[in-house]
Design a protein around this ligand. Structure first.
Ligand SMILES: [Zn+2]
Length: 259
């Protein structure tokens, strides 16, 4: 938002594209802000670092001595991919890439003179200079901007999943109607205490196994694991029977699991 407050005040002829996720050669890269001006493309990697940092031998550290990802390395990679992508689109406008520190409460010690970082104290002057551009954009610039927007990859919902661990998740049987984990078992039937839904235990176990596979695709599905995941109420024998009947058995020397 701090950065946008500068770009939106520009009255020179330019196009600004924010938060682009692009792909070139099967590698994805993100562009915080791309400014298309008549003679130059500006690529900005915006960082909101707060506190004291220092630069040493191409590495960035937060004081005292906690290494952080060097944003210049990220910038370099994205810049290279963007350049290749634009070349493949026939673009000949040169690109300038910068990391922008927007937080006024940040300091970077030992920053080399020629480093492509714009510091908070330089933002005003940088945009003031940029605003002096008098050249006009042409249709070529508009076409390029539209092309880049069309190549933008919308964020996949898988990227925004919260982190979860098996040990943190509540175990038990799950109601297929309301999703509640308060299910009572009697014989072959299970009843949801919350909504009253009645179903077959077998179906409830199969549903739980499918959830387990979806949540933890790297796990081997074993009788013990399923028993624990379902809350430990049902006998191993019964769970094994359900697994045998509904899933593919894989046996190796040491154990049996299901796919
Ligand atoms: Zn229910």
């Amino acid at each position: 938002m701090i950065f946008d407050s500068y770009t939106c005040k520009l009255d020179c002829d330019c196009l600004v594209l924010n938060d682009l996720l692009l792909r070139f050669n099967n590698m994805t890269f993100q562009i915080d802000s791309l400014m298309i001006t008549p003679n130059l493309l500006y690529f900005f990697e915006v960082k909101n670092y707060e506190g004291d940092y220092y630069y040493e031998l191409d590495r960035l550290y937060k004081k005292t001595k906690i290494e952080r990802n060097n944003p210049l390395i990220q910038l370099h990679r994205s810049h290279s991919l963007l350049r290749q992508l634009l070349q493949s689109l026939g673009n000949t406008i040169p690109i300038k890439a910068y990391v922008v520190f927007v937080n006024p409460a940040s300091t970077l010690y030992q920053a080399p003179l020629n480093i492509p970082i714009i510091f908070p104290t330089q933002l005003n002057a940088f945009f003031h200079n940029l605003n002096k551009t008098t050249e006009k954009s042409t249709n070529k610039h508009k076409v390029l901007a539209e092309k880049l927007v069309s190549l933008h990859i919308p964020k996949s919902p898988y990227n925004t999943l919260p982190e979860y661990k098996y040990s943190d998740l509540q175990k038990g049987m799950c109601c297929d109607k309301c999703g509640n984990l308060s299910v009572e078992i009697a014989g072959r039937k299970c009843t949801c205490i919350s909504c009253g839904q009645v179903g077959l235990v077998t179906n409830a176990v199969i549903r739980r196994i499918k959830e387990l596979k979806l949540l933890f695709p790297e796990y081997k599905i074993t009788t013990n694991l399923v028993q624990e995941w379902c809350g430990g109420w049902e006998s191993k024998k019964k769970i094994q029977r359900i697994l045998d009947k509904n899933f593919k058995t894989v046996r190796n020397n040491r154990w049996t699991y299901y796919e």
